[in-house]
Design a protein around this ligand. Structure first.
Ligand SMILES: C[S@@+](CC[C@H](N)C(=O)[O-])C[C@H]1O[C@@H](n2cnc3c(N)ncnc32)[C@H](O)[C@@H]1O
Length: 275
């Protein structure tokens, strides 16, 4: 069978999203989407078996990114799999804002810490686009740090270092001009309502923001004073409806709001704080 007939078959038989069917077939044939359409190669029986097993995984609601093993984030490729959160498009807003404010950050210093780094997507995208900065990515999960380290090599980015640790605990000094974080922010009792792709496959420790979803914002903002240089900035990704609550935490610690950025759905998604 030809590749394009296979895609049609998957779409019609399993009501598959056409982009996901294309991704699976391109992945198995090791061919990009353009060549898939211009060459429309014949599929071998072995390849057909592999495609079938990947389609079955997707039908069980495993995320397509885990099945393919990678995804795009900003202008880099990130490898992902069980045990590490899949980077989300809205997190690119945070990277965009750090790049936009690079001169302001550079006035204070050149070291950034990306807390809760997961796959390393934020740290690596900043590192690639601002080579003069030194970035540290921290995560409590050894598995996440393994992926992050692999992603650093995969993208050949030199100015980023990954460490296993509990938030700031690998550090002793006030050395950072900037803190970035997309911490776990789902309320504990709302995790069971997330879609199966998320709640059944993505790591719980990447989602659980405690009873009110704000546990990590409190921890990060309240302990930042020991690590963030004067005039330093904090860039936080936040969940729907969390803006006012995080602002209260920030004001109580004498931070002011520099900017808040909405995502395409109009949700306040990234906030920038200054001490
Ligand atoms: C929402 S995910 C974000 C991952 C990545 N930054 C991204 O944007 O895709 C949160 C991450 O926080 C990590 N984490 C949870 N508790 C932590 C802690 N106490 N210290 C450091 N990282 C932690 C989880 O392992 C997970 O990788």
């Amino acid at each position: 069978m030809k590749a394009l007939d296979k895609i049609r078959e998957i779409v019609n038989e399993f009501f598959f999203d056409i982009r996901e069917a294309q991704e699976i077939v391109s992945h198995v044939l090791r061919i990009n989407k353009i060549h898939l359409y211009t060459e429309n190669p014949e599929i071998t029986p072995e390849q057909a078996d592999t495609i079938k097993s990947l389609v079955e995984r997707r039908l069980k609601r495993e995320p397509i990114q885990y099945i393919i093993g990678e995804c795009s984030f900003y202008n880099i490729k990130i490898k992902v799999g069980t045990g590490v959160l899949i980077p989300r498009p809205e997190t690119e807003i945070l990277v965009e804002k750090v790049i936009e404010k690079k001169e302001l950050i550079a006035n204070t210093g050149n070291k950034i810490v990306d807390l809760c780094t997961g796959s390393g997507c934020i740290a690596l995208a900043i590192g690639k686009n601002i080579p003069e900065f030194q970035i540290y990515g921290i995560d409590l999960s050894e598995k996440a740090i393994k992926y992050a380290t692999e992603n650093k090599a995969f993208n050949n980015i030199k100015n980023v270092m990954f460490l296993v640790g509990d938030l700031f605990n690998p550090f002793k000094e006030k050395i950072f001009a900037c803190i970035t974080a997309n911490p776990p922010y789902v309320k504990k009792n709302e995790i069971s309502y997330l879609q199966p792709e998320v709640k059944n496959y993505e790591p719980l420790e990447a989602l659980n923001g405690g009873e009110d979803g704000l546990y990590f914002y409190r921890k990060i903002i309240q302990s930042s004073g020991k690590y963030l240089l004067d005039e330093g900035l904090i860039f936080l990704e936040i969940g729907k409806g969390q803006f006012m609550e995080v602002m209260k935490i920030a004001y109580a610690e004498n931070f002011s709001l520099i900017d808040v950025v909405k995502d395409v759905a109009g949700i306040e998604r990234v906030m920038i704080l200054k001490k």
